[in-house]
Design a protein around this ligand. Structure first.
Ligand SMILES: [Zn+2]
Length: 468
């Protein structure tokens, strides 16, 4: 362990004994039975022929490398807490709650204490039980999601999560680090002189103008939060905001460059479980630096891998002082431009392409969910002066930058791509600029206040720092 001596560790053990789990709003103070941590992983690769990215691109024809669900469970700070990252495109509405429920039952906790996030690769399953039900009920189209595969993936992950409880180790220390990522991310929304989006720079581009234009607004840092049992690093959670695709749309299932970099770290460091969370990367992609050629995937992989190593080099474990979990329910209003009856007619219309019937099913599923008043639950894990925020869908990068600047003195890492129900979550300022994300977001400009109010509440409930 870099820069962390046995003497440091022994000196810190007594401090760790004074750990105080803090009680979140409405939650009983937990008896201190000693914190423990367990980790789990399982394969969630779809079968050949499975729809990828919700049927918008060719189905799975080849498995280039496996997709995984990787997680950790923390015990002893009230009811168990679960963090899990899945190599899928998205988990929307009922599919998100099915994962939360499955893992919650497996470890004996409440689903609101389970954060499940997608890495958002596109040659991967995009799971929405509600839109699949709409498609099944009203069309002859092949499924966007194989329900038997979906249930098997949830059950397999639940099984390894319950095993992680059984084999959990004492959790004594935490550390954070960060490092800039070199030549990966760029803002996708290139603005013209009139302040409107003039060009969309996606995950890959051969347009010299896309390569020449500046990166624009991004969060350049990859962040790491690591959990220790004494001197041993048990888990490292990595956070970086960028669409994770080098190329896709060719039926070749892959964890792609972010997942491959994580896997390389895992091979080099087998004793520690490495989790990779995509941050608020809704408007961020690799198209400035990536021409989409096969040769670029290993190059982007090594750039992320270098940042993982550099971020870990900054880790300085400190004894745990406080651990807490807070939640905030938010209601993210759909844009009134979406009309349920019109969407239903599009879905039922056999003259439209399959893609143009699948997509309105996702929109309609979210409209139905909002009408049924099923909120989205944001959550945060606060440990010492660190806050890990768990956010929905495809948030714009501005949200995580805002969370960081609103919390001076705290280390704030954001995992987005939780509940994908509302899909893109632009900022209020982005709507008048137009552009792709705004045009296909189910939400309107009010989403900004609604989401930020919830995020600010999570941050406000973090334990006060000494002297703050
Ligand atoms: Zn996306």
């Amino acid at each position: 362990m870099a820069n962390w001596t046995r003497r440091d560790w022994l000196a810190s053990v007594s401090a760790a004994a004074a750990l105080r789990p803090f009680a979140a709003r409405g939650e009983d103070e937990a008896p201190n039975q000693g914190l423990r941590i367990g980790t789990f992983r399982t394969d969630v690769t779809p079968p050949l022929g499975h729809a990828l990215c919700g049927g918008w691109i060719p189905a799975a024809g080849v498995i280039d490398d496996p997709l995984e669900a990787i997680g950790l469970v923390i015990l002893g700070a009230g009811q168990p807490i679960v963090l899990c990252a899945v190599d899928w495109t998205g988990l929307l509405n009922g599919a998100q709650s099915a994962w939360q429920r499955g893992l919650a039952e497996a470890v004996g906790t409440d689903p609101s204490r389970v954060a499940v996030h997608c890495v958002h690769q596109h040659n991967a399953p995009f799971a929405c039980l509600d839109s699949q039900a709409i498609i099944e009920r009203t069309t002859e189209l092949p499924p966007m999601l194989d329900l038997a595969f979906f249930e098997a993936a949830v059950s397999a992950t639940a099984r390894v999560a319950s095993e992680a409880v059984r084999t959990a180790r004492p959790l004594t220390h935490i550390a954070s680090g960060q490092a800039p990522v070199d030549r990966v991310a760029g803002n996708r929304r290139m603005l013209g002189a009139d302040g409107r989006v003039k060009s969309m720079r996606g995950s890959a581009s051969k347009d010299p103008e896309h390569h020449a234009a500046p990166e624009g607004l991004i969060d350049p840092f990859l962040k790491t939060v690591a959990f220790y049992s004494g001197e041993e690093r048990i888990a490292a959670c990595h956070y970086y905001a960028c669409h994770p695709m080098s190329y896709y749309g060719d039926g070749r299932v892959s964890a792609d460059f972010c997942g491959l970099a994580r896997r390389q770290r895992q091979t080099e460091d087998p004793g520690c479980t490495h989790l990779y969370f995509n941050g608020c990367g809704g408007n961020i992609g690799a198209g400035k630096y990536n021409d989409g050629s096969h040769a670029m995937r290993p190059i982007l992989t090594s750039r992320i891998h270098d940042a993982l190593v550099a971020s870990e080099a900054a880790l300085r474990p400190e004894p745990l002082d406080s651990v807490g979990w807070t939640t905030a329910d938010v209601r993210l209003p759909p844009d009134p431009k979406w009309d349920a009856a019109a969407l239903a007619a599009q879905i039922a219309d056999p003259a439209r392409s399959a893609v143009d019937r699948y997509r309105p099913a996702y929109t309609l599923a979210y409209l139905n969910r909002f009408a049924a008043d099923v909120p989205i639950t944001l959550s945060a894990l606060h440990v010492n002066s660190l806050s890990l925020l768990h956010l929905p869908a495809e948030c714009f990068a501005e949200y995580q930058l805002r969370a960081q600047s609103a919390s001076p003195g705290r280390f704030v890492a954001c995992a987005a791509y939780g509940d994908g129900g509302p899909w893109y979550i632009p900022t209020r300022a982005a709507f008048p600029q137009g552009g792709y994300e705004v045009s296909v977001s189910w939400c309107g400009p009010e989403v900004d206040d609604a989401l930020w109010t919830g995020m600010a509440r999570l941050l406000a409930e973090a334990p006060r720092l000494p002297g703050a």
